[in-house]
Design a protein around this ligand. Sequence first.
Ligand code: M6R
Length: 365
Amino acid sequence: DKGNHRHFMEKEIYEQPEIISHALSHYVDFASGSIKQKAEAIDFAKLRSLAISACGTAYLSGLVGKYWFERYARLPVEIDVASEFRYRDIPLSKDQAALFISQSGETADTLASLRYCKEEGLPIGAVVNVKESTIAREADAIFPILAGPEIGVASTKAFTCQLAVLAALSIQAGRARGILTEAQEKELVRHLIEMPRIMSKVLNLIQPQIEQLSRDLSRFKDVLYLGRGTSYPLAMEGALKLKEISYIHAEGYAAGELKHGPIALIDEHMPVIVIAPHDRFFEKTVSNMQEVAARGGKIIFITDEKGAAASKLATMATIVLPNVDEVIAPMIFALPIQLLAYHTAVFMGTDVDQPRNLAKSVTVE
Ligand code: M6R
């Protein structure tokens, strides 16, 4: 049931604040403000490294997770798309654990990667939405994302719930490994608890502007998305969403890679969407934006209040989100890129929930 929404995708975008709050309650003790211990089968304290494997959007949430595990838990993460992971003869050892991320829990390449790691004797964790799925059944530890059924082929709420779960797990790992203090844990958890309320506010705040902007965006054939730090996987997710449902060709790049190739494409026919909260990387990303502007590129700037105040560059549009802590920024900045893809597709009249050539669950390689 779509309720009063035009598409399942729209419904699933707007469900996120409520659903994330529900998912978080599984991992976070709201009363004490700490993380609930979840991973009996995975002893984060003793791990040498973590191997993550997934496909599509789930891979991109895993890539954000890598930044978190490395930053908050000093746990090295090896990550690859499952179709590469399963075949590239990775040397693995028993002081590693493997984590598989899959909404459906049935993705063929992800399942094959899981079985490869299992044969190598690694403890297996699964971040899944469907708890009765094959991937869930074959894992030693299940981390449900509790997003409820996701009908739209373009993943939205599963992505942000995967992120919420990975954030909680990386904080748990950080505590287990003696990297985060109790005070730091509580501070991070406080931001997670605030997140659903901020998500609701952001969805209402940006909707009219994004709908208008989507009309302009739908006239272009190519789009470049840029970001640094956790905004880099987000840039790839923004590009993936746009190409899946609007069929506009879009690429997501690490902002620092601009001058290593894609800058050759910059002209007035290819808008560049820059995701840049005012974080540690902001200045660097702004200098990439300047390079785009200097070549006549059109910029759509997705930033926060501090970032908007700090940049004087002329843009095609600037989407201003509230200032939020770094740990929740990926979930908050996921909202404008989802809405941008959604409204652009609606303008173009594509089949938003069932885009051509795509299946919700990819059970063959
Ligand atoms: O069910 P899974 O999470 O394993 O699916 C992985 C990908 O097929 C999936 O995320 C796909 O990329 C989505 N259509 C993205 O919107």
